[in-house]
Ligand binder design. Sequence first.
Ligand code: SF4
Length: 346
Amino acid sequence: MQTTLNTVPSKRNFMLKINDMPWREAGLRYHAYGFAMRRRFGQRVQKVSIDAGFTCPNVDGTVAIGGCVFCDNRSYSPSRRVPRTNVTAQIDEGIQNLQRRYRVERFIAYFQPATNTYAPAERLRTLFEEALRHDRVVGLAVGTRPDCVEDDVLELLTELAEQTYVSVEYGMQTMHDRSLAWMNRGCTHAAMIDAVARSRGRGFEISAHIILGLPGESEEEMHATADEVARLGVDAIKLHNLYAVKNTPLADQLASGALTLIDREQYVRMVVDVLERLPADCVVERLSGDAPPDYFVAPNWCLEKAAVQKAIDAEIERRDTWQGRLHRGGARASECIELHPCSKIE
Ligand code: SF4
């Protein structure tokens, strides 16, 4: 049964505007998420996180045991997965918290922890539609694994995307199967290629999460992942460095000295290298990692998000570069537009 949802301009119309590369004219060096959302909704929009009680096929033994090495997946154990409260109550609480920090009136309902398509489509419909009926919610974002999107779930997301903004965020992490095996992701990059192929053209946005600084990955291999993101033609990207939180195999490996993490200078350089390789219309949702300090292990530099952002902006300025400058598809930034000093719209 369909419900009436809050509507936004259709994706087709929006993409035509994006193709004009308005972020360049606004003086930005990359297609920042805040800018893209303001253009789409005409105002600031913030994601409000929802924990619907899902687990993960990488945790319950369906595809792997133990979960990804960086994931504190004990809390995703099937026996412990019950939603904190119902979806509407979580949205209300999340909005209250966000409005203490930001002046924002409209929100994207973000089904975030664990694998948010790991349930029958009818169960997902109930949850997603409850979120979309909230009067402050103008869209839906769903975080998931690329090997966990059945055709009937894609059909549901397609149907919802005909009525409102929908983004599906796939944890791609890297294109290198060696690294995916190291992190115990439980599937190869072929799953991402397949998920994107089956998701494309359905009216919802496709976002890829990428981790820079995976052990043993050379800079050339990180560049190859950026080129692969471009080749896949996803609509958006989230970048962060590999960081460790408590109670994870990664934290144990760090404590034993078995590996070291990327430093800030290299991360900043890699972020800018990636931006240069992305198509100019790919929305950049995030450029750094995030974890509560009391839960965090290392590296300490990534807790200083403002400093990381400042360093990225400075590196972009130093190179006098911009998103898409080295994109192999030829989306070289327009020579006719004078770029102003880098500024990020929040
Ligand atoms: S796929 Fe996501 S939820 Fe599952 S173990 Fe890996 S990081 Fe955790």
